[in-house]
Ligand binder design. Structure first.
Ligand code: CA
Length: 222
């Protein structure tokens, strides 16, 4: 797992940031606080956050889903990109990590846009489906536990509208998916997940080599 774009020489990466990153101060502060955290590598890269914000604006998203909040950077960057009436349904199991997020969401003035559910994400997704919210989301960002990626994807595919977008993080898994010698469970799950999406005719896809690999899957209209 990495929180900067894989495979770029450091000086090129720094140049990329220097001429493209427009990170609001509140996001910089959250990133700096998260950098002190022992699991800081779980945070998305800042250039990736900016890319997610651009995508959300391009598809004119109003209602989004986030699986895996950690310290709240991606929820914050998406919430800032949404219109005033926009909403992020954010799922995480950790009170401890999301407690770091909340003051930043409040300070940024977007706390009321973020509906945080502390529960296993599958439970929240199944509840949303039972509540009749299928095809009401414009965008979903999947970045929670990798062993459940396929379950998160299948439910997200039901919850996003036709033409909506699902973004799935860490699909290159620090390059481990490309090394046939590596056969641990999570690597095998991500590898199988990537192969499944390649064949999945319900979506239009592109795997973007930003950060740790980000697959974009657009739900096709029938
Ligand atoms: Ca991630």
């Amino acid at each position: 797992m990495t929180n900067q774009t894989l495979g770029l020489a450091q000086h090129i990466y720094e140049y990329l940031l220097s001429i493209s990153l427009r990170e609001p101060e509140i996001l910089t502060q959250l990133r700096q606080e998260t950098a002190q955290h022992p699991m800081a590598r779980m945070q998305i890269a800042p250039e990736q956050g900016q890319f997610l914000a651009l995508l959300v604006q391009l598809i004119q998203a109003k209602k989004t889903l986030e699986l895996g909040v950690f310290t709240g950077y991606s929820a914050l960057v998406v919430a800032l990109a949404l219109p005033n009436a926009g909403k992020v349904v954010a799922c995480d199991t950790s009170e401890e990590f999301t407690a770091i997020a909340q003051p930043y969401w409040q300070q940024a003035g977007v706390a009321d846009k973020i509906d945080l559910h502390i529960a296993p994400a599958l439970e929240t997704l199944d509840q949303l489906l039972r509540d009749g919210e299928a095809e009401t989301f414009d965008f979903a960002f999947i970045d929670a536990d990798k062993s459940n990626y396929d379950n998160y994807y299948e439910r997200s595919l039901q919850l996003v509208r036709p033409g909506g977008l699902i973004a799935i993080d860490n699909v290159l898994w620090s390059g481990r998916v490309a090394d046939p010698q590596i056969q641990d469970n999570r690597t095998k799950k991500i590898r199988a997940f990537n192969q499944k999406l390649h064949q999945d005719q319900r979506i239009t896809l592109s795997l973007i080599p930003i950060a740790d690999g980000l697959t974009l899957a657009r739900k096709n209209r029938q």
